[in-house]
Design a protein around this ligand. Sequence first.
Ligand SMILES: [Zn+2]
Length: 271
Amino acid sequence: MVHGFLAAEHNIWRSACIAVLLILPALATHAMADPAGDKDCIASAFEILPHPPSISVYDETGRFPRENLVALQRFADEAAKGIWQYLRVNSTRDALIILSDQFRTPYSEGPDTFGRGKIYLPAERYLPDQPERSRLALHHELTHLMAPGKLHGARLLIEGLAVHVEDRIGHPNYPDGDETPDDTVRAIEKKLAFRIPLAQSEAVRLEGPTGEERRLAYAQEGSFVGWLIDTKGPAAFMQAYTCGDPLATEGWNLTDLERDWRSWLYKSRTM
Ligand SMILES: [Zn+2]
């Protein structure tokens, strides 16, 4: 229990910290050169840090020996560095990875006002001898924490970025393991004999009637973002993604982009 005086003192310190943190984002964005250093990014909802997050691991199950947790931390550090090198954007100061029996699906929370984020990983999926083959979706969840996007930005790009980053630098990916999102889209569309328009992708990803349709939604968002990044360049993509509503960027009309992406996806291929 916290004593009244200590609690009041804590609140003063907390207010001081919040005041400093409100100033920091503006300073940090001025200090950065690329790609989120543009003045428009001052309007971003998140602090932009010039380094990857500091990572800690907590074993909620109490089953894993210390060396297993060290291996997971090392793997997560490498993942965060890889994402940082690829995107050059990070909004999470401290990321706590929790191995848990309680949460069956990997998911992340944050970053909060203090730049802290949490990732819950299902302990049953962790293979200490092969962290990289554990299907923890760690790159996916770290991408959410490091590049949360604008609060009201296009959600399909936020999810697509996480799928794409995991596929590009962190196999196996979610949702389809060693298959690329591009291959997954082609395979499921062929099997189902229909397509989900990108404008409806998020509704299907969240509430699609079958697991296959939800997988298609995830995969097509990843494929689309991968194509956007390769077409526009990582810096231009991250600039639009971090600094504003990407699909409101001039020349980024979703209908036109979807047509060009699909034409690339099926170019010189037969369904
Ligand atoms: Zn996600």
